[in-house]
Design a binder for this molecule. Structure first.
Ligand code: ATP
Ligand code: MG
Length: 361
């Protein structure tokens, strides 16, 4: 039987709570043996303690593991924006170090969860945001400059290689899906600001070149500002959305809100060699330590991890485990006792986790 090593980084804020939830759910999948967990320090508290958010031992551990499972990292006041130029942010550093170029964020309204958009039912919203993860504006992390306290700049970087690979990823993903819920069409939407900035015009040009190799997939375009409106007005139109790093960050939070809460959204950051799985939300420090954080995003990220590992290693046991977790989450959400506060219930993080586990048995 294959053995897989999973590097686990709990992180800061609610990170340890939601990460523990995800791990205990994976451990409860019947018959899913052969996963070995190795814990590593990382994040903003680790930065304050040791001077590095991503210590060498953690980076090497993540590099040699088959996958990385993460809670969330970051605490207020420890940011690149304060002028610190050394490695301060765990996730950002890991993305670049492991070349995790595609940040995949499934957005799906599940039964039992009320959308914040009026009249939307489960099944109406089901799309994936593919956020470019290694360039764009966030590639400037910590390298921007403030000149004489008068002028500040950060640089937005786009490369042909970077755009091509993320667009190809988006089209391949669209091929594997069932199409947009509204009309069943397989579609990739390019979200950019090609009307104003050269970098985004270049993104769109390379997107079009890649699209030519996928004549079976419909393409469309949205400027990032208008996109926020379309996501509220007609979410059923979307199937796969591909976009630059910062736009992806912004529209992901809006999207998460349309399917219940920031706490519902999973994410998987993948490259050719490595995969890193954490909920799409941050460390939510104001609700940390109270056992009230929504763990579903983190639990679903662990399912995404199993699915990715299963495909990569051709191991059907893992793919079946992913499906089992998805089904248990759907069952848990069908009753108010499976809802945390952010989605209108009263259940605690651990209540919800136990509930998911009970449906796996
Ligand atoms: P980052 O920069 O790391 O993305 P952020 O500043 O965007 O972090 P988050 O930590 O994602 O902020 O939190 C945004 C809001 O969503 C906060 O009000 C937080 O309380 C809420 N939130 C985030 N995650 C959860 C969760 N799992 N359960 C409940 N509420 C959450
Ligand atoms: Mg955020």
């Amino acid at each position: 039987m294959s053995e897989y090593e999973i590097a686990v980084v709990h992180g800061d804020g609610i990170g340890p709570e939601v990460c523990a939830a995800a791990k205990s759910v994976v451990e409860a999948v019947p018959g899913l043996t052969g996963l070995n967990y190795v814990e590593y320090p990382g994040g903003a508290n680790e930065y304050l303690r040791s001077g590095s958010a991503l210590p060498t031992q953690t980076l090497e551990g993540c590099r040699k593991a088959h996958a990385v499972l993460h809670g969330a990292t970051g605490i207020p006041g420890v940011t690149y924006a304060d002028g610190t130029e050394t490695g301060i942010e765990f996730g950002l550093q890991l993305r670049f170090a492991l070349d995790l170029f595609a940040n995949v964020r499934p957005i799906r309204l599940r039964e039992g969860v009320r959308s914040r958009l009026a009249g939307r039912q489960a099944g109406d919203i089901d799309y994936v945001i593919v956020r470019e993860n290694t360039e764009g504006l966030y590639a400037a992390r910590g390298t921007g400059i403030i000149l004489r306290d008068e002028t500040a700049t950060d640089t937005l970087v786009m490369t042909r290689k970077g755009i091509e690979r993320v667009c190809r990823f988006a089209f391949e993903l669209a091929r594997s899906r069932n199409g947009a819920p509204g009309d069943g069409k397989k579609r990739v939407t390019c979200c950019d600001k090609a009307n104003v900035l050269r970098s985004y015009a270049f993104f769109r040009r390379v997107f079009d070149e890649v699209a030519e190799q996928y004549p079976d997939i419909e393409v469309d375009y949205a400027y990032a500002d208008a996109m926020t409106c379309y996501m509220v007005e007609r979410p059923e139109h979307f199937d796969v959305i591909v976009t630059e790093n910062m736009f992806g960050d912004i529209i992901s939070d809006l999207a998460a809100c349309t399917v219940g809460s920031m706490g519902m959204s999973p994410s998987g950051e993948v490259g050719d060699e490595h995969g890193f799985f954490q909920a799409a939300h941050g460390s939510a420090p104001t609700i940390a330590g109270q056992n009230i954080a929504n763990p579903y995003g983190s639990i679903l990220s662990a399912a995404t991890m199993l699915e990715w590992l299963g495909k990569r290693h051709n191991d059907e046991r893992l793919s079946a485990g992913a499906r089992a977790i998805e089904a248990a989450v759907d069952q848990a959400l069908r009753d108010p006792s499976g809802l945390t506060r952010d989605i209108g219930g009263q259940a605690s993080t651990t209540d919800v986790t136990q509930r998911v586990i009970s449906f796996l048995r």
